[in-house]
Design a protein around this ligand. Structure first.
Ligand code: DAH
Length: 345
């Protein structure tokens, strides 16, 4: 009898207490699908007398409602249970997701290395302004008034002013002047900084780059001191056994002046593309501080002498890491920069 069946299933549904999502699914399959019990009872309903229909129509509809409500309630119960369950399953002993660490720029790494070597020799670190006047960048350093380095082609001028133009410094030698003007010898300083030149940007030239200037002024400082200091420096930076050679050169602020080469750090002197098969690469300019420069800074050139040197950090870095394009240093390409992540900080 339809009525009995409805009563029996109603009881079953009322007592249904699912223990898992699978139970809920079984409930749905049993009662609610197209071949399920609800559908079956509605089919049977069609066969009963109209007398019975009048009574059972309402009962059957209520039964259908009951089955659907029960299913929905059970389903939500297990949906939230599933979420809780998932969280419990997370393995808290697993290592966390790593985050990306920044790293020092290769130029900073090399600057630091250079500075550390000289610090151990008792050099202090000094800095000066990037916006400089003509006096500190040129005149005090013995540049004649018509020297080509003062030219518009090289220098970024900021302000023309009678006798003392303001410009972006073209070298860190200006810091020597500021240091010497501010005191009396002995001076033993290393001066890192950014410099600017009005050059077209290419693989080999840039409108800004970095230098490290060195200055040592005291009584009886000789060219031998200069050679020994720089020899020690390259042994530290490029490794024991690196050879040096000095070639006569000219700078307005040093007399005598020299350029220093080292045995090629890549081929160790055997000859390669980097050293153009000569076995040597130039790394810095140096010389004995010109007495005129000492006097310009208020230092007695009869009593004191000194040496100075200047090097490009980009050049030193290129030689150390075999970098062939200067532009890489300022493009912020992480594929380039991340190669230095493992370097000691
Ligand atoms: N200032 C020079 C330059 O920018 C480099 C230099 C050469 C600095 C010789 C010095 C030096 O102190 O003695 O090319």
């Amino acid at each position: 009898m339809l009525q009995d069946k409805i009563a029996q299933y109603t009881k079953e549904i009322e007592q249904f207490t699912p223990a898992s999502a699978a139970d809920v699914e079984n409930f749905r399959l049993k009662f609610l699908v197209s071949k399920g019990i609800v559908k079956e009872l509605f089919e049977e309903f069609k066969t009963v007398s109209s007398e019975e229909k009048r009574v059972l129509g309402k009962v059957l509809n209520e039964f259908k409602q009951l089955a659907e409500t029960k299913f929905q309630e059970s389903q939500t119960q297990f949906a939230s249970a599933a979420k809780v369950h998932k969280r419990e399953e997370e393995d808290l002993t697993l290592p966390g997701d790593g985050f990306q660490l920044g790293s020092r720029h290769p130029l900073s790494l090399v600057r630091k290395e250079i500075v550390e070597i000289f610090k151990k020799l008792g050099f202090i670190v000094a800095e000066g302004p990037e916006i400089e006047d003509d006096w500190h960048n040129f005149s005090a350093l013995n540049f004649p008034p018509e020297h080509p380095a003062r030219d518009m082609q090289d220098t970024f001028f900021i302000k023309k002013q009678e006798g003392n133009d303001i410009a972006l410094r073209t070298h860190t030698s200006s810091v020597q002047v500021r240091l010497m003007e501010a005191g009396q010898p002995p001076f033993r300083a290393i001066m890192p900084g950014r410099v600017y030149r009005n050059e077209a940007i290419s693989a080999r030239a840039h409108c800004f780059f970095h230098q490290v200037e060195g200055l040592y002024v005291d009584e009886n400082v000789s060219f031998a001191d200069l050679k020994q200091t720089l020899f020690h420096f390259v042994q530290e930076l490029y490794g024991e056994g690196t050879k040096v050679r000095f070639r006569p050169s000219y700078f307005p602020f040093t007399e005598p002046s020299a350029e220093m080469d080292i045995s090629c750090s890549i081929c160790k002197g055997a000859g390669c593309n980097l050293c153009k098969h000569s076995g040597w690469v130039e790394i810095l300019g140096c010389g004995m501080v010109d007495p005129n420069v000492l006097e310009n800074c208020g230092i007695d050139s009869k009593k004191y002498s000194g040496f100075a040197f200047g090097m490009g950090i980009e050049r030193i870095t290129n030689l150390k890491y075999e970098i062939k394009d200067l532009r890489l240093f300022s493009e912020n390409d992480t594929r380039f920069l991340s190669q230095f992540e493992t370097e000691i900080i």
